[in-house]
Design a protein around this ligand. Structure first.
Ligand code: SAM
Length: 222
């Protein structure tokens, strides 16, 4: 089965070193939660995030929301022809179950993810919808065991989504960055068999996901 990994995704709880910042405390009070229980979001915590390690890749959970809505709202997913994983910037992996209907509302999505970080699993009728584990990108690959790993990046060789799909065998894995700026870390880049660029400019992750999965769908359903 095809796998999609959203890698180094900009999704994490507010880190310890900024939990005492005013913007974090006031936001957490508004939500009725502890600073350690809320998701880092640069639209709320911009001041607190200044100067933190890897700042440009962090605090954009909305990108993960868009990307997951895209990947879980298509026939490929409804027909269980794709497995979806979110690897985070802090080496956690969210396993997306095969019957998940994510909230379209951003606030409800964040509430769900905060619950997931706290309880580690979200279930419905005894089935795991979402599960989060401490896991590196390499450990995730060891679990999935893909035969081919294709990374999507503006740093890659120019190609088209159609051509990438031709390279996909069963059990291939597509890796897309779940971060707003910057590039994949070397640890991740070195696992790619091919690194491909599918646009004249940098695109949003959800746009790349929709284009490539649509091309793949055509080879399966049409
Ligand atoms: C907003 S971009 C991250 C910024 C980064 N400078 C970039 O464009 O690669 C999020 C992800 O979308 C994918 N992406 C964006 N533009 C792309 C392109 N032209 N070709 C292939 N993948 C692209 C990459 O996987 C990237 O990590």
């Amino acid at each position: 089965m095809l796998s999609l990994i959203l890698a180094e995704s900009s999704l994490e709880l507010v880190p310890k070193e900024i939990q005492n910042h005013n913007s974090v405390i006031s936001h957490s009070k508004k939500l009725g939660k502890k600073p350690s229980e809320i998701i880092l979001d640069n639209s709320w915590h911009f001041g607190a995030m200044k100067g933190i390690l890897n700042e440009i890749k962090r605090g954009r959970p909305d990108l993960v929301h868009f990307s997951l809505l895209e990947a879980t709202s298509i026939p490929l997913y409804y027909e269980k022809k794709i497995s979806i994983y979110v690897h985070t910037i802090n080496d956690k992996v969210i396993f997306i179950g095969d019957d998940v209907r994510l909230p379209k509302s951003y606030h409800r999505f964040i509430g769900l993810i905060e619950k997931l970080f706290s309880e580690k699993v979200v279930q419905s009728e005894g089935k795991n919808l979402l599960e989060i584990k401490d896991m590196t990108f390499n450990q995730l690959l060891q679990e999935i065991k893909p035969k081919r790993i294709i990374g999507l990046s503006v740093q890659g060789i120019p190609s088209t989504c159609e051509n990438i799909v031709k390279k996909l065998t069963d059990d291939s894995c597509i890796v897309i960055g779940g971060f707003p700026k910057g590039h994949f870390s070397n640890e991740i880049k070195k696992r790619f068999e091919y690194t491909v660029n599918v646009g004249l400019t940098s695109l949003e992750a959800h746009v790349v996901i929709s284009r490539i999965l649509y091309e793949y769908e055509k080879t399966i359903f049409m």
